[in-house]
Ligand binder design. Structure first.
Ligand SMILES: Cc1cc2nc3c(=O)[nH]c(=O)nc-3n(C[C@H](O)[C@H](O)[C@H](O)COP(=O)(O)OP(=O)(O)OC[C@H]3O[C@@H](n4cnc5c(N)ncnc54)[C@H](O)[C@@H]3O)c2cc1C
Length: 434
């Protein structure tokens, strides 16, 4: 038993159980950034990071648009607004310091219809309130100077927006964590967070490390505190620690199209639509990637499996879980037409191209191919409302008071990751006596 952590070193109990001060569950960009921040602040403590996959950043953090958002969209004063603006600055500084490639290629949010102009101007005001750098409104002529193939009547120009490979950034956070003495254990799917067994609780180690974190293979670690950053499984991790299951996570798959290489010249920077406030996602956009490719999309359809990247991926538990949740039933009833439209555009890519042609009329169906997909962890309350802001939450009782869960970290959590890490580390310090 415990071969999986034997190589980790760490502090062992007299019963041969590994102990640590803080166990972090989930090695996506949020877990990695936060584990890094905690160990840099507390180098004398023991930290172990548990990840169920073989690789780090295998899910949302490795399947996203790769945009460094500047913070325009979010409600002023919200965590999203504050942490995105600070996070973008920290992300650029981090990439500079570590020599990680990025491009500050900018972004245009383009209005193609007169009726979108009031919303575009409201977005500008919002961005200004959020202290987004260098924002301006430009007209159709200036749009064409920036993006020669883009047709729009007015745009919000955000030159501070950039692109980066978030998976690469996350892996670098992981290296920092390990260089500082942290231990990463992969292929360890945590399925129980509880008090150590009564028979061991009276031992010296049992008193010092009262929380037992167990994985599906039966391996066990004892710790003082637990932090979970479980992305698409954040509600289940909360539930197994005796904390609230809500907000629940519903997975939404986003399928991208890719532009054929000979058409890359059509797109220089990020081109986004003016978001429709009735819908939760930003709308299909044109995004250049660090490897030179250009992605178009994504759409947003209900996925039948958490972490299911293909149309036919299906998991009975995930599916039943989602369908039986009142919150999702209400959301579906309210957005049935939108949902069907998204599914239709997922199947018939000509319909998706038609929307994209509003921005780049020269684009044709023969210029695009089906591309990769990502799955968003969308938090939902029981009334069917999408939980928009980041949510960090603990519980009560013996276990709950020693656990902090990152419950909702949707986009732009990659951009915000270093700022989220600072905030969660502050929260860990104020809740727990490290
Ligand atoms: C399609 C898409 C496009 C996006 N585009 C952008 C963008 O351009 N810019 C931006 O800033 N953000 C973007 N985002 C958002 C961003 O990618 C996510 O918000 C961010 O990656 C969330 O990180 P995370 O660490 O919380 O989750 P994840 O990356 O999903 O990591 C969670 C980790 O927890 C692990 N885990 C779960 N359960 C367990 C368990 N029981 N035991 C052990 N490990 C477990 C998982 O395996 C996973 O590795 C996008 C997201 C999507 C889906």
């Amino acid at each position: 038993m415990l071969n999986y952590v034997k190589s980790c070193g760490g502090v062992w109990t007299s019963f041969g159980i590994l102990t640590c001060d803080v166990a972090v569950v989930g090695a996506g960009i949020v877990g990695l950034a936060t584990a890094r921040e905690l160990i840099l602040r507390h180098p004398s403590l023991n930290f172990i990071l548990l990840e169920k996959e073989k690789e780090l950043a295998a899910h949302q953090s490795g399947h996203n648009s790769g945009v460094i958002h500047s913070g325009i969209y979010y409600t002023p004063g919200s965590l999203k607004a504050r942490l995105c603006v600070r996070g973008a600055t920290l992300a650029y500084e981090y990439c500079e310091k570590k020599g990680l490639p990025y491009k500050r290629c900018g972004k245009l949010i383009v209005a193609v219809e007169q009726e979108e102009i009031p919303r575009l101007k409201a977005l500008y005001e919002r961005g200004m309130q959020n202290n987004v750098r260098d924002l301006s409104i430009i007209d159709g002529k200036e749009i064409r100077e920036r993006e020669p193939y883009c047709r729009g009547i007015m745009a919000l120009d955000s030159p501070y927006t950039g692109i980066v490979d978030w998976r690469m950034v996350a892996l670098r956070y992981g290296e920092d964590f390990e260089e500082a003495g942290g231990k990463v254990v992969t292929e360890s799917e945590v399925d129980d967070i509880s008090m150590v067994k009564e028979s061991s609780a009276g031992s010296t180690e049992g008193m010092k490390y009262p929380i037992a974190v167990k994985d599906k293979k039966g391996n066990e670690i004892w710790c003082r505190y637990v932090l979970t950053c479980g992305g698409l499984y954040s509600d289940r991790l909360s539930q197994i620690s005796g904390c609230s299951r809500e907000p629940r996570i519903v997975p939404f798959r986003g399928d991208y199209l890719v532009l054929k290489p000979e058409k890359h010249y059509l797109v220089k920077g990020n081109i986004y639509p003016v978001p429709d406030p009735r819908f939760p996602f930003l709308g299909v956009h044109f995004t250049p990637r660090m490897d030179g490719s250009v992605w178009l999309g994504p759409n947003a359809v209900l996925a039948f499996k958490r972490e299911g990247y293909k149309v036919y991926d299906f998991n009975a538990r995930d599916f039943a879980d989602a369908l039986s949740f009142r919150g999702l039933q209400k959301l579906v009833m309210r957005n049935i037409t939108y949902g069907i439209g998204e599914m239709y555009r997922g199947v018939f890519i000509g319909a998706q191209v038609k929307i994209l042609q509003k921005y780049i009329p020269e684009l044709s169906l023969s210029d695009v191919l089906r591309g990769p997909a990502g799955v968003r962890a969308q938090a939902l309350d029981r009334d069917g409302n999408l939980v928009d802001d980041f949510v960090f939450d603990g519980g009560v009782g013996d276990v709950g008071s020693r656990v902090l869960h990152v419950r909702n970290a949707p986009s732009p959590a990659a951009t915000s990751s270093l700022a989220i890490a600072e905030m969660v580390a502050d929260e860990v310090e104020s809740r727990f006596s490290l």
